[in-house]
Write a protein that binds this ligand. Sequence first.
Ligand code: SF4
Ligand code: SF4
Length: 371
Amino acid sequence: METRILGKTGLAVGAIGLGTEYLRRAPRERVMQVVDKAAERGVTYLDLVFNFADYLDAFASALDDRRDEFVLAVHLGSSERKGQYEKTRSPKRCETEFRESLARLHTDYADIVNVHFVKTQKEHEKVKEKGMFALASRLKEEGMARCVGMSTHDYGVAVDAATSGLVDVLMIQINLANNAMPHRNEMLAVCAREGVGIVAMKPFAGGKLLQQNRTVRITQYQTGSKALKKKIPKMITPTHCLSYVLSQVGVTTTVPGVSTLEDLEGVLHYLDATDEEKDFSELLVDFQEYVTGECVYCNHCLPCPAGIDIGECNRLLDRARHGIDSEIRDIYSMYPVRASACTECGQCVQRCPFEVDIISRMKEAASLFEE
Ligand code: SF4
Ligand code: SF4
């Protein structure tokens, strides 16, 4: 595994890290197997995005007596309400939950305390005013964190943070699908200049880039353009995606999310891949445009007052758009709350960083699966 230095933190990390979002509900044994296998191949960076007790307990078992072999990012402000993810901006609650998370992980420090998901520049100002960065900085002074990080999906927010002097590390989505997103490359250049390490999340755009023989051009995929059907699709592999991400200026490590050992094998193949397998140049022509509105199943839109698991519902809807079968219907029938429960309150729309028209999508899901 190639080792890279995470900006001014000086921390050495494997170029491939691990995102853990999709292990949220995995049994402890699977989490342990995934972490074992990843560690065996040199993965050191682990992003622990949630503070659910069972999730942290599983990682505590996986890390066991080798905590110091990993660089752990623990999020400040990623909370829970009634079993659903919830973002909080209360420094008091954040501190309590951060300390609880460390205790659950059987460690007394995080390598990175990550101020969680700052959506807009206005929110960035609010977070600063409310004292979230002051809290992160104090946790660093008290030895409970080695560095301060922040996660965002907004490149303007990332530039503000990188030049604020308050963060050492930024976690942000970098992938082929946002190759042409305005201001992305300027942001990467600013971070490189400021020595702010970049942890690239969503290297597969939430899995969308890996829908074999289907996704060629995100814009066409989204609009269902006939041109897509006429075109010979190009296969996009995890190795293409990782190779692209790791070639971008300033990116130190990437944290692909996996839910199974098989997913992990797909990721780790990158380490054995030939130069030819890593060559993504032919794909770039299909990613010269960027459009908003694509769901990447991140669930930053939760909690939904009606209890809908919006990310999962959107994921199934995207699958169904390419052909609905009994397996899809069975999965939907097991959802505890269905899309038709949407009251159109709009709370999720305010939180979604990707301008997804969630209300329309819930209507579409209800009509597709429930009628
Ligand atoms: S609707 Fe937006 S916030 Fe919700 S899962 Fe999709 S991309 Fe994420
Ligand atoms: S608009 Fe619908 S899906 Fe979104 S939070 Fe409200 S009830 Fe939930």
